[in-house]
Write a protein that binds this ligand. Structure first.
Ligand code: C2E
Ligand code: MG
Ligand code: MG
Length: 415
């Protein structure tokens, strides 16, 4: 197996020829999780087994090199440009098979980014860069492969820009929180979901769907997560303090926050500093969270739940393993994803799925919130099906919580 400089020599020797060749960067998904969970010695065995697998899927004249801890490069010398996709797909399939390791086979995923000479680069650096851009795209869906294409450049530039501006916005305190009401079956507000907002002078309004991912992949998540938690708790406590009521605050949490040392304690002391009961806090988590470091996350969740904090599974029904997670995770609530609510009134299949989710929640004794409810029709249909908690534009849009005079009733207008 080569290292980076060996690889450079091999690539260099092929440049200038007519023959196309392929550079595939391969990254093991969640390798850190393997190390954290089973120890470094086992991690090393996994790397060796994976390297053997790589050597077995290429021809003798091809090159396998290791670039970083869990990152490898395949240099495949003879490629047929027409068959590139099927080549990459086949590679991905072969790397997907369980590794033979001692007594137990280990199922690992790997993501692959592919660049081709001369189309995607004409030097060692440009080829590796193109392959890495493709890898980044492949990683977004995990366990996948992606061929380099020009649009990835735009996406890359945007990401770099977002990262720089976000870093600055966080240090200058330019992000804000808004709160969307959650209502019960008679439209009385019982809680709020905190949602982060970012308006940047150059980029305009950037949605959390986009920048939370950037924060996660660039080391900014601890700062963003801390801002979200502290600001939400402070603004919410000022607001409910003024109203003198026991309402709930839901906060979206990213996996990386659970893995920060002291997270549970920080949350609990924050709540007590602002005079909130742990029972008022709902942590919204998404399924992707549980693919890696499962045990670590579980321990933190259990610690918080012991103190009364509630845990909600966001976007339920959209992930891969919703059902199996119900068995293993300590949960108090499910949120039916908006995509189901969108199709509710005119799609029978969606109706059946919503009915199934409602009965799953019931049989597991979980609260159920329907999110993204936009019309009276959706609200009435959900009520008829037995759903009792709601969130959506029909009841109220996300907005700043203002500590004004108390409104005459608790119910929100349905305008
Ligand atoms: P989510 O947690 O599922 O939040 C619900 C999203 O649906 C919010 O989008 C909300 O504004 C939107 N929404 C609510 N009701 C309706 C409706 O009736 N119609 C439509 N069209 N949309 C509705 P938003 O604020 O853009 O957030 C998107 C996602 O970004 C969130 O999905 C959440 O996953 C993430 N996010 C937002 N704020 C935070 C945060 O503070 N921390 C973390 N880690 N993630 C956040
Ligand atoms: Mg949410
Ligand atoms: Mg959601």
């Amino acid at each position: 197996m080569d290292n980076r400089s060996g690889l450079s020599v091999s690539i260099d020797s092929l440049l200038g020829r007519k023959q196309s060749f392929m550079v595939a960067v391969v990254n093991i998904d969640h390798f850190r999780g393997v190390n954290d969970r089973f120890g470094q010695e086992y991690g090393d065995q996994v790397l060796c087994a994976f390297a053997r697998r790589l050597l077995s899927v290429v021809d003798e004249k091809d090159v396998v090199a290791r670039l970083g801890a869990d990152e490898f490069v395949l240099l495949i010398k003879a490629v047929n440009l027409q068959a590139l996709e099927s080549h990459a797909r086949q590679l991905s399939r072969q790397l997907d098979k369980p590794l033979e390791l001692g007594q137990f086979p280990l199922q690992l995923g790997a993501s692959i980014g592919v660049a081709v000479y001369p189309r995607d680069g004409d030097s060692v650096n440009t080829l590796l860069r193109s392959a890495h851009l493709a890898l980044y795209q492949a990683k977004k869906s995990r366990n996948d492969w992606c061929l380099y294409r020009e649009e990835l450049e735009q996406a890359y530039i945007r990401r770099v820009q977002l990262e720089q501006r976000l870093r600055q916005a966080l240090s200058l305190g330019q992000l804000t929180m808004v709160f969307q009401p959650q209502v019960d079956h008679v439209k009385v507000v019982y809680g709020y979901e905190a949602l982060v907002r970012w308006y940047d002078e150059e980029l305009g309004q950037v949605g959390p769907d986009e920048f939370v991912g950037v924060a996660e992949s660039s080391g900014l998540m601890p700062a963003l997560g801390q801002f979200v938690m502290e600001t939400s708790v402070r603004e919410f406590s000022e607001f409910v303090g003024a109203q003198g009521e026991m309402r709930k605050l839901a906060v979206n949490i990213s996996v990386l926050q659970f893995l920060q040392p002291g997270f549970a304690n920080d949350v609990l002391s924050l709540l007590s500093r602002y005079g909130l009961s742990p029972k008022q806090l709902v942590l919204e988590i998404t399924e992707s969270l549980f693919i890696s470091n499962f045990d670590d996350v579980l321990a933190v969740l259990n610690e918080l739940r012991k103190q009364g904090v509630r845990v909600s599974m966001d976007d339920f029904g959209t992930g891969y393993s919703s059902l199996s997670l119900l068995r293993t995770l300590p949960l108090d609530e499910l949120k039916i994803d908006k995509s189901f609510i969108d199709g509710l009134l005119d799609d029978h299949k969606v109706q059946n799925m919503v009915a199934s989710i409602i009965s799953i929640a019931r049989s597991h004794q979980l609260e159920l919130v329907a999110e993204g409810v936009e019309t009276e029709g959706q609200y009435l249909a959900l009520m008829a099906m037995g759903c009792k908690l709601f969130q959506g534009y029909y009841f109220g849009r996300p907005a700043a919580l203002s500590v004004g005079p108390k409104p005459p009733t608790n119910s929100v207008s349905s305008g």
